[in-house]
Design a protein. Structure first.
Length: 631
């Protein structure tokens, strides 16, 4: 029979698809199995609607065969087969899908038939590894048998043949190996088994293959023999489509560890299904420990995506918001629109609806864990709380309302984790602010001079130990109408009216002394003032509104450090002996105050964990004061 040519647009598409659209050769087997699954669906449906086409469902299956000598991979299905015209329409014209036409007819009648091949190009992915493809098929509707043969872009032939069994047989003659391409790897039976497990494990029909293995002889266990037996390669029933009440914890754990390469059981399993505008099954996991590369640039978040039980994508990152990137798992939906390669999701309304639904489910499960399993939630937060805090800070605070009730902080109240809601509920009468303090450790924060007055009044203080904490809180600004207030920034609002008046009087009485110290420190501080937050310590540094001292430290470590500084204020304790010494010294020798001001400022820097500009000069001045004190 004369060779037919692909249409010009089909020829160009074939060339483009083989060299550009598909970036992963191994998916050829997924596509062929998906097409075979469609054919089996069609025949099964036909058997239900036509008494003359009755078929035993147990005989509906897909068989694979590898021949290393002939360099062929063969796939046989017992599906509906194709007529000559169907071969012409479905294989002769690229992007003409019989499955798509069939699905249109079923939309109003049957909704339980899975149709995978909706674009008609998946079959041609086999040309990535095959130099020649032979399709032998017998139609269940006409009984006709034909062979379709093609070597790719040069065209194809269709000719009648004799074939006994209904269904389709596809023979791939593999390309020769080159220095760059090893096509022979697909002739290894173990490789084929792996590909079936990876991509088609949950196809509803058995995928079988004759497997050779070595086993002990029954009559003589000390000797072995080679056994060749038919083995089913796929499980057929997805774990995520089972009734979760019938799934044991061990099954979830084993599935998670084998699927997502973890040594430990997941901390939490989220297994559910949704029916509605978009229907899907989801099996999600929260790891029990932070992955080793979780905060590295090479960590790839995302969920595995299945369509009707067929693996489509490994890391569908658009299904998860970045602040839930710790979630692992998979989603299986019948309703998603996929592009022709099935490797990239179309950004359509269905996709956004699916992502939104998954986000809500994850959040509701975290809220439930926080409410009912507090110890487990704190364990989770220790692992992944930083990600939630970044989520508040990212995107200009767009997600702060979704996340603010999920974050925890250790606090001065027994050093335990508290939520913002719990903090507000325990606020003392008349307390105006939600107080927080930043530091490298809880012990370091407790020793801060600025903590003394708050501890005296028994006000709870949140401990900010992560760099992102203060940035996130600045995005929140308030919680339940209560403003956040750093212990070393601005007015803490602790003074009574009488204390405010006394502070103003002392500031006025010592105005010239304070101004002299300010002049001595030149551009280092914005102001030197009387403090109302100090008890036993002589001085402390605080910042004006805006960039805080902690933010200055964080920004100084950034790769693009632009030298951003906090507006510093040196506060001095008017009830400390050092202040009385300064008063006396200023009366006798005003110029001598300059050295004292510089030493006190550097001490305050050290307390805050900020660098001293000239450590040698500071050390020398301390020595001078020690010598002077012993004269």
């Amino acid at each position: 029979m004369a060779k037919k040519q692909f249409k010009a647009e089909s020829k160009r598409l074939l060339d483009l698809m083989i060299h550009s659209i598909y970036t992963n050769r191994e998916i050829f087997l997924r596509e062929l199995i998906s097409n075979a699954s469609d054919a089996l669906d069609k025949r099964y449906y036909l058997s239900l609607t036509d008494d003359n086409q009755r078929v035993d469902k147990d005989k509906l299956k897909i068989q694979l065969e590898v021949d290393k000598d002939l360099r062929t991979i063969t796939l046989v299905d017992t599906g509906i087969g194709m007529t000559s015209s169907e071969l012409e329409n479905n294989l002769g014209t690229i992007a003409k899908s019989g499955s798509l036409e069939f699905k249109k007819e079923l939309d109003k009648a049957e909704k339980d038939i899975d149709i995978i091949g909706q674009f008609g190009v998946g079959f041609y992915s086999a040309f990535m590894i095959a130099k020649k493809i032979i399709v032998e098929t017998k139609s269940a509707t006409t009984g006709e048998s034909y062979a379709w043969i093609s070597s790719g872009e040069d065209g194809y032939t269709i000719s009648p043949i004799t074939k006994e069994d209904i269904g389709t047989k596809i023979i791939l003659e593999l390309k020769d190996d080159t220095d760059e391409d090893n096509y022979s790897e697909y002739l290894d039976s173990f490789t084929i088994q792996q590909l079936v497990t990876k991509y088609s494990d949950y196809v509803r029909y058995p995928i079988t293959m004759m497997i050779e293995s070595t086993q002990p002889k029954k009559d003589n266990p000390e000797e072995s023999e080679t056994i060749i037996e038919e083995k089913t390669l796929n499980s057929m029933i997805p774990l995520w489509k089972k009734n979760k009440k019938k799934v044991k914890a061990e099954e979830y754990n084993d599935f998670y560890k084998s699927k997502f390469m973890d040594w430990e059981d997941p901390q939490k399993v989220i297994h559910y299904n949704v029916e509605g505008n978009i229907s899907y099954n989801a099996l999600l996991f929260i790891p029990s420990k932070t992955p080793y590369n979780f905060y590295n640039a090479d960590y790839e978040p995302g969920l595995q995506l299945y369509s009707k039980g067929v693996f489509i994508m490994d890391k569908a990152k658009d299904l998860l918001p970045d602040y839930f990137r710790f979630v692992k798992g998979l989603v299986d939906s019948d309703d998603l629109n996929l592009n022709i390669s099935r490797e990239i999701l179309q950004q359509d309304r269905q996709m956004k609806t699916l992502a939104s639904s998954i986000e809500k489910k994850i959040k509701s499960n975290l809220e439930e864990m926080l409410k009912k399993e507090r110890e487990e939630y704190e364990k989770f937060f220790t692992n992944f709380g930083l990600t939630l805090k970044y989520g508040i800070y990212q995107d200009y605070g767009m997600h702060k309302d979704q996340l603010q009730d999920l974050i925890l902080f250790k606090s001065s109240k027994e050093d335990k984790y508290v939520t913002l809601q719990e903090y507000v509920e325990c606020m003392q009468e008349g307390q105006e602010f939600i107080y927080y303090a930043c530091g490298d450790s809880i012990d370091a924060i407790k020793k801060l001079p600025q903590m003394e007055r708050l501890q005296e009044k028994k006000y709870e203080v949140l401990f900010f130990l992560d760099d992102v904490d203060e940035f996130a809180i600045n995005i929140l600004q308030t919680y339940n109408d209560k403003k956040f207030k750093s212990v070393n920034q601005g007015d803490l609002g602790l003074d009574s009216e009488e204390e405010k008046k006394e502070k103003e009087e002392k500031a006025k009485e010592n105005e010239s002394l304070l101004n002299s110290m300010k002049d001595a420190l030149s551009t280092k501080v914005k102001e030197v003032r009387i403090s109302s937050r100090l008890k036993s310590h002589p001085v402390c540094l605080v910042s004006d509104e805006g960039i805080s001292l902690e933010m200055e430290k964080v920004l100084a470590q950034a790769p693009m450090n632009q030298g951003i500084k906090a507006s510093k204020i040196l506060e001095i304790n008017p009830n400390h002996d050092i202040f009385k010494t300064l008063q006396k010294l200023y009366e006798k020798n005003p110029d001598a105050v300059k050295n004292y001001a510089d030493v006190l400022y550097n001490q305050a820097l050290l307390i805050e964990g900020l660098p001293i500009e000239d450590p040698i000069e500071y050390a020398n001045k301390v020595c001078e004061f020690m010598i002077e004190a012993n004269k």
